[in-house]
Design a protein around this ligand. Sequence first.
Ligand code: KG4
Ligand code: ZN
Length: 343
Amino acid sequence: MKILAIETSCDETSAAVLNLERGQFNLLSNIVSSQVKIHAKFGGVVPEVAARMQMEMILPVIDESLIAANIKLKNIDYLAVTYGPGLITSLTVGVETAKSLAFALKKTLIPTNHLAGHLLANFLPNKKITDIKFPALGLIVSGGHTLLVLMKNESNYKIIGETLDDAVGEAFDKVAKILNLGYPGGPIISKLANNGNSVAFNFPRPMLNSGDLNFSFSGLKTAVFYTLKHKNIKTLKQKEINDVCASFQVACVDVLTIKTLRALQIHQPNSFLLGGGVAANPTLRQRLQEQINKNFPKIKIFIPELRFTGDNAGMIAAAGYFQVKKSKFANFKKLKANPNLSL
Ligand code: KG4
Ligand code: ZN
């Protein structure tokens, strides 16, 4: 079974071809065209600009994914597309392109959830479909979401914890903005944090004792703001910037790790799956690995390769596959992008 997947939920245009043979995935191509440099000038994603770039890039990116996979469009068995959540303007480009392809090729189109994609990225590039044992606990950390998810199987999800305000990636981006570091903030902060002292500033660990599995990152961002309020950011010493980054990052990692351990304790799953752009953060990856191994040695940990943490169509192909299995696809002619789609 060969799936061509399209992902255009935000500022990345991506297309991938995933093959499934004898129960094993094989990612044949995964092309990602990023608009990050364009949006960096504006300090964040500008939806109209993103949609225009999506339109320019979508066909070349699909073409490149087919060439890289060495496959002709007519030999694709299924199409999969992200239909939410994300920016409506960006999503629509992918959805309408996929509908046109499904119409012209007379192929089944699988509407796919972006968030499910982030978790199922753990099957890439070539896991067997039986490699991940369920039930599993998923932690999605991205620019728009911070979710703890109980997964009965690959397509059955229950949200058991979520952020009450900002997503963790959003907090990284906003703190980077306060520090005048550029966009997106996550990669810059995690790099500077390497040379910083993580106990230099004692930032709060919000919601740690809330008694539930929810998160809040807005107050943490505000704490950084007030710490620096009376200082001129332009004259801050590099050492001080690095220390703020390291102290902010460790506060985020502490909360994410402790709540994850609590969820594992309550639900005792077989596996743990990490996903989303913030999953690229080395401190988060290392801490989760170390703490889960120490406290729950029987739980198998899945952390995606760096190239599968950010938005990419490979993960949509994997998620699409499990939707085929569930054989629950909509009539593609009626399919519409849904910016607020939940898991
Ligand atoms: O999953 P993603 O690519 O897009 C969404 O679905 O939102 O996540 C993007 C987010 C951005 O907020 C970005 O700053 C963050 O992931 N990010 C990181 C790192 N790399 C990307 N955050 C922390 N550390 C990183 N190394
Ligand atoms: Zn994403």
